[in-house]
Design a protein around this ligand. Structure first.
Ligand code: UTP
Length: 294
């Protein structure tokens, strides 16, 4: 029986080159999905999975993340004077609930390297990882399930989703050893961004993990992999070879907001679901019909 999980790590230090020039002077994790920066949804998800102790891995040019999760008393006072302020209630409540910590990744050597910076903070305990540029809906249920599987098995677990063939070269792709329970698998192999011909399945890592502390020693040994980066996938592959990696095919949807097309589609989908923003569906239909003049 594993220890109860308490901590979450959000890597958010990456360059975000696929969203340039928008990410030249602002973090991609701060780009808005309607009216909240992407990383706010990720922090909310960690909290709804009962993991309020959150370490965000940041880097150069990422100050806006820390500022966003800090109180802004002048702004609050201005809003109060003008009888407004509701817009800030939600983020104020989030700041109250979360215990946020930050550490800077010195050099952007890849996701595996970024996770290595969490070593002292997690202090030999297992921990969750939520990629800062990936949103999941429904929020929280996938992570809670990963925690449950980890607490049952004592092993590392990752969330997976089935992706279309033309997207296997974007993610870590799994070969399954066996289905251990409904939607739960023992992983035989995981390969980072394979070509379609070498992809063992279409089950892709979905940006949510529960990792065991041994991962740090493994990360020390893996060395640069695909794209010359220290890949988390390569460390997970070592756990898979030892029979110590599980996967959970979550029910819901992953939104990878780190590329332009999915960023736009995510914003649209989230906007369409907002009761306080009526008329978008009709407007989109009119745009598609070529009938709308803004
Ligand atoms: P990506 O694989 O999307 O890399 O990172 P990236 O460098 O941010 O983006 P591109 O490829 O240049 O467009 C997945 C998550 O891991 C973090 C990113 O911030 C993102 O949330 N990351 C990645 C780090 O924290 N450090 C790294 O060295 C790389």
């Amino acid at each position: 029986m594993a220890q109860r999980l308490k901590k979450a790590v959000i890597p958010a230090a990456g360059f975000g080159t696929r969203l340039l020039p928008a990410t030249k002077a602002q973090p991609k994790e701060m780009l808005p999905i309607v009216d909240r920066p992407a990383i706010q949804y990720v922090v909310e998800e960690a909290i709804s999975a009962h993991l309020p102790d959150i370490l965000i891995i940041t880097g150069k040019g990422k100050h806006a993340i820390e500022d966003h999760f800090d109180r802004n008393f002048e702004l609050e006072e201005e809003m109060r004077k003008s009888g407004k302020g509701k817009e800030l209630d939600e983020i104020r409540e989030l700041i109250r609930k979360a215990r946020l910590h930050y550490i800077r990744q010195n050099e952007l050597l890849g996701l595996g390297d970024a996770i290595g910076y969490a070593r002292d903070h997690v202090d030999n305990e297992s921990f969750a990882v939520l990629l800062g540029d990936t949103l999941l809906r429904p929020s929280g249920s996938c992570l809670r399930k990963l925690v449950e599987i980890h607490e049952r098995t004592g092993d590392a677990v990752l969330a997976v989703e089935e992706v279309p063939a033309d997207k296997v070269d974007r993610y870590g792709i799994l070969e399954i050893e066996s289905e251990t329970s409904e939607r739960e698998f023992k992983v035989k192999q995981i390969i980072e961004k394979p070509g379609l011909d070498e992809a063992p399945s279409r089950l892709a890592a979905a940006g949510r993990y529960v990792l065991v502390p041994e991962i740090f020693e493994i990360l020390d040994t893996v060395g640069p992999g695909k794209n010359d980066e220290i890949q988390l996938t390569d460390a997970l592959q070592i756990l898979a070879q030892q029979g110590r990696l599980h996967a959970y095919q979550f029910e819901g949807k992953r939104y990878d907001v780190g590329n332009k097309t999915d960023y736009v589609l995510t914003t649209l989908e989230f906007a369409l679901d907002r009761a306080d923003l009526p008329g978008i569906r009709e407007a989109v239909a009119e745009i598609l019909e070529g009938e709308r003049n803004i």
